[in-house]
Design a protein around this ligand. Structure first.
Ligand SMILES: *Cc1c(COP(=O)(O)O)cnc(C)c1O
Length: 356
């Protein structure tokens, strides 16, 4: 007797996490390289003394803190076990088997996997030749079956971000019954003033009667809590309600909740770190351009090198320099901006890579 499982799962590629190689510098997962602040470690340690108790399933204190911080009612906020889990809940809450999820491609690797796992249809919209989201093509890809559109800005892995005018144009063109999810995992690294704050943009959309705009953010990147798994969704109450219906009880653990609260309290210090990373991003990109690399303008904590069929060779060259980057063979390599010392190691590898 063989257990019968879903036949359609056979075609799903496994999620490929950035590799950790002992002794090598990891620039593969867009983490911040500095460890958590002492105040955050202390909050985690304190919460550790009470892990015999279940966490607050609704994360009320964290929702209240986010609601105050973002100036939206608590009914507009939901937290999840990483924003990737919220992506999954959003699809579960909006789609059945015939329904379509539209997303740019290449973009966040989890979108196609989660869509297929939930059992909805994927519609991938190619990026522009400049590696940015193609607003018009995304609008054109929406059909009466589209229930959800992921708008990843800044886009992982290319780093490009939509301007306020582009995002407004997209939202105005999207039908009212399709949920537009602005995935802002890298919002805190944005320094271009033409790039909008998605939450402010969503609030303006709601005020204008558009209740189909939502924003995803995470504590994993700028706030340095990738290992604890906590992210949040800002959306109209009707969306929050259904997202909460499909959640796994107690999904956000007690240590994650305590750490996220402590990180919000230490926000100024953490955002100052982000500004250092942004300064390094400028330095690294300028240097790469001077070396002759094509590097799209980036608003995230990584750079994208569209090396096409040289990607695999570049990946191996970096490994020889004890650097782990994130390679998408045939397409390009994504490299996380780190400390000045680690960035210098990467620039040295880039300098010595033989390019034809
Ligand atoms: C990293 C990332 C996330 C997921 O972050 P979590 O760790 O699950 O909160 C979501 N979207 C994009 C685009 C990302 O790059």
């Amino acid at each position: 007797m063989t257990v019968r499982t879903r036949a359609d799962l056979a075609s799903i590629p496994g999620y490929v996490p950035g590799r950790s190689v002992p002794g090598a510098v990891k620039l593969a997962s867009n983490e911040v390289s500095l460890g958590p602040l002492p105040s955050v470690v202390a909050a985690i340690a304190e919460a550790a003394g009470q892990v015999n108790r279940y966490p607050d399933s609704g994360a009320a204190e964290l929702v209240a803190a986010l609601s105050a911080r973002l100036d939206v009612p608590g009914s507009h906020v939901s937290v999840g076990c990483g924003s990737v889990t919220l992506c999954q809940q959003l699809i579960q809450a909006t789609c059945t088997a015939e329904d379509e999820v539209v997303f740019p491609w290449r973009s966040f690797e989890a979108y196609p996997i989660i869509t297929q796992v939930v059992g909805a249809q994927q519609v991938r919209v190619p990026l522009t030749p400049g590696h940015a989201l193609d607003v018009d093509a995304m609008v054109a890809a929406i059909t009466p079956r589209t229930r959800l559109v992921f708008v990843c800005t800044p886009n992982n892995p290319t780093g490009t971000a939509l301007t306020a005018a582009e995002l407004d144009r997209f939202i105005a063109a999207a039908p009212a019954d399709a949920l537009v999810v602005i995935d802002e995992a890298y919002r805190e690294f944005v320094d271009d003033e033409s790039v909008p704050d998605g939450v402010e943009l969503a609030k303006a959309a709601w005020a204008a009667g558009r209740d189909n705009v939502a924003v995803l953010r995470t504590f994993s990147k700028a706030y340095g809590l990738a290992g604890l798994r906590v992210g949040y969704l800002v959306a109209p109450p009707a969306v929050i309600e259904v997202v909460r219906k499909v959640f796994v009880p107690f999904g956000v653990n007690a240590l994650a909740q305590a750490a996220a609260l402590a990180s919000l309290r230490a926000e100024d210090e953490l955002l100052a770190r982000c500004r250092d990373i942004v300064a390094e991003r400028t330095r690294v990109r300028t240097e790469l351009l001077a070396l002759g690399y094509d590097v799209p303008p980036t608003q995230a904590n990584f750079v994208w090198l569209p090396l096409a069929d040289r990607t695999q060779a570049f990946n191996e060259h970096c490994m020889e320099h004890k650097l782990v980057v994130r390679a998408f063979p045939g397409d390009g390599a994504r490299v996380t901006i780190s400390t000045p010392e680690e960035n210098d190691l990467f620039l040295e590898a880039a300098r010595t890579f033989p390019r034809n």
